[in-house]
Design a protein around this ligand. Structure first.
Ligand code: KIV
Length: 258
């Protein structure tokens, strides 16, 4: 097992796991200083391309962005999302995962789903592909409104059983997206691998957020998104200053000219 993965698993019950998204080199460089896991998420579809669903994200999109992220990622574990319709069969999943790992040099891939993709995860792990799971709200499966998961007894039980299944299949961590607090707590306490929450309470072993969201770059109103800084103000300040100096002919002065 990859030593970075071992380290992440060991953090369970000791210290929180930090996971953040990056879609390009410059962001990855900064994220890498603080994150245990850098995730090239298919959320790049909505964040960068304005898609209304992650279903439109292609393997080529993921590979190109992941190659860029690789250049900025040194210390953290780099995980790449397998996009929609790239893991429908065992063979397709293995072929595409191998391609992603070979072309991007990432450490692991992430797949959305539980019971439905049991055989696929089993096959990938058997073929030495490090896999991160993703349960609860599954953006690739959503049609219409996004809703939290695990509120009803049935749903809570299903996600719990799926978490145990993924653990038994050999995934090294599970993202729990929008899972109700008591369900997230129960799942986290019931498995030995870490849970990484997004909108799933502080009982998870780690937390993930879309970096653009926490920086205040996206105008999102999702309940779990906290804007930790308003980077738009800083960007505006810089761009405004550039414009003013160009118009006033202050820039480029001799110092900045050949
Ligand atoms: O696509 C993504 O960025 C994700 C995380 C938000 C968990 O899957």
């Amino acid at each position: 097992m990859n030593s970075k993965i071992k380290k992440i698993i060991k953090k369970k019950n000791k210290s929180k796991i930090i996971c953040l998204t990056a879609y390009s080199k410059n962001f990855a460089k900064e994220v890498d200083k603080y994150a245990d896991i850098t995730l090239v998420g298919d959320s790049l579809g909505s964040v960068l391309y304005n898609y209304n669903t992650t279903r439109k994200v292609t393997l080529k999109n993921m590979i190109e962005h992941a190659k860029s992220v690789r250049m900025g990622t040194k210390k953290s574990l780099m995980v790449v999302d397998m996009p929609y319709r790239t893991y429908r069969t065992k063979k397709e999943a293995l072929k595409n995962s191998i391609r992603v790992i070979r072309e991007t040099k990432c450490d692991a891939v992430k797949l959305e789903g539980g019971f439905k993709i049991k055989e696929i995860i089993k096959y990938l792990v058997k073929n030495k592909i490090p896999v991160m799971g993703h349960l609860g709200l599954l953006p690739q499966s959503v049609r219409g409104k996004f809703k939290s998961k695990g509120k009803s007894k049935n749903e809570k039980n299903k996600i719990l059983r799926e978490s145990k299944l993924l653990e038994s299949l050999g995934v090294f961590a599970i993202v729990l997206e929008c899972v109700e607090t008591s369900a997230a707590k129960l799942i986290t306490n019931s498995i030995k691998i870490p849970t990484i929450g997004i909108g799933s309470s502080l009982y998870c072993d780690g937390q993930v957020l879309v970096t653009d969201d926490l920086l205040g770059l996206n105008d999102t109103k999702i309940r779990f998104v906290k804007k930790f800084v308003n980077i738009k103000q800083i960007i505006n300040k810089g761009i405004k200053k550039f414009k003013q100096e160009v118009i006033s002919k202050k820039y480029p002065s001799k110092k900045y000219s050949y």
